[in-house]
Design a protein around this ligand. Structure first.
Ligand SMILES: N[C@@H](CCC(=O)N[C@@H](CS)C(=O)NCC(=O)O)C(=O)O
Length: 223
């Protein structure tokens, strides 16, 4: 039985969704973020040394990194579903977006989260103006321009194909859901990029996405 080590409000939601798309049975082991720090509890480090989610166990195997998990599950259990055939242009795009989600899209979105918290979080009064100035500068000079460029790029790509890898829905779309959902919460993604918004609407309407939400519980991304 596949076990998903599931942290609330996190990237592991998309693994539940992938498993639902594949029609596989799985168990969920739940972990709660610390309400103050938002970090995962230390028990998760007993599963994988980094103590981050998602991690899955499948028999003797423990697999971390959402992209690797998507590739593993679609490759092992997909029977041609959710992963384009090797050697095709679709497969290359599939691989590209699997990496892009965490390698290119998430870093500036994570920086945005950190700078936003630095700007508004509690701090000794004498440090506040300095912290605010650094946060604002970082956001305006580096973070938001990078997010904007990435969003424009993705918007253009979805103008060329219905889904990220091509005409067919694939694991790359599952992987890309998280940065896009995070971009709505904190990256300025809105109706000015209609293809990306339509993508989100389409995935949220999928029965498997809805089933995963029911199994995973409350899913609210951090602002
Ligand atoms: N690149 C990793 C990122 C894993 C990650 O940072 N997960 C977050 C949840 S969205 C986490 O576990 N955060 C809690 C913590 O860092 O303690 C992946 O895609 O699996």
């Amino acid at each position: 039985m596949i076990i998903v080590h599931h942290l609330n409000n996190s990237r592991s939601q998309r693994i539940l969704w992938l498993l639902e798309e594949l029609g596989l049975e799985y168990d969920i082991k739940r972990y709660q973020r610390n309400a103050e720090t938002m970090l995962a509890p230390p028990e998760l480090r007993a599963v994988h040394p980094l103590g981050k989610s998602p991690v899955i166990s499948d028999g003797d195997l423990t697999i971390a990194e959402s992209g690797a998990i998507v590739e593993y599950l679609a490759g092992k259990y997909g029977d041609g579903k959710l992963a384009p055939a090797p050697g095709t242009p679709e497969r290359l795009r599939y691989t590209y977006w699997l990496h892009f989600a965490e390698g290119s899209a998430m870093p500036p979105l994570l920086m945005k989260l950190i700078f936003d918290r630095m700007e508004s979080g509690p701090m000794p009064f004498f440090a506040k103006p300095i912290a605010r100035a650094i946060a604002r500068r970082g956001k305006s000079s580096f973070v938001q321009p990078n997010i904007d460029r990435i969003l424009d790029f993705m918007e253009g790509e979805l103008g060329r194909h219905a889904w990220f890898a091509g005409a067919e829905f694939s694991g790359a779309d599952v992987q890309m859901s998280f940065p896009l959902e995070a971009a709505v919460m904190r990256g300025g993604l809105n109706g000015s990029r209609p293809k990306l918004m339509a993508f989100l609407e389409n995935i949220h309407a999928r029965p498997a996405y809805r089933r995963a939400l029911e199994r995973g519980g409350k899913y609210e991304l951090l602002r």
